[in-house]
Design a protein around this ligand. Structure first.
Ligand code: SF4
Length: 80
């Protein structure tokens, strides 16, 4: 009998409505600044609207969510 190893639990991607969920905290100001700094120097960042053309998100909001991550790996999710 072959025992299948359970797959690791994958983090759910951040969704816009996560901003309204009171159970989801926010990252520290330092983490948010670091993330925004990466976005502001990224080729996929639209300066006028401050959103990302890869994920379509508004980065001033998305960078505050702990489980959010950059779609091209420039910054990662953090623990709350
Ligand atoms: S989320 Fe990633 S790809 Fe999008 S603007 Fe920020 S650094 Fe660039």
């Amino acid at each position: 009998m072959i025992m299948k190893k359970p797959l690791p639990k994958l983090n759910k991607p951040a969704r816009p409505w996560d901003l309204l969920n009171p159970k989801i905290g926010r990252v520290s100001e330092d983490v948010k600044k670091e993330r925004l700094s990466a976005c502001e120097s990224c080729e996929f960042f639209l300066k006028l609207s401050r959103n990302c053309i890869k994920c379509g998100c508004f980065m001033d909001a998305k960078t505050g969510l702990p489980h959010a991550s950059c779609p091209v790996g420039k910054w990662q999710a953090v623990k709350e």
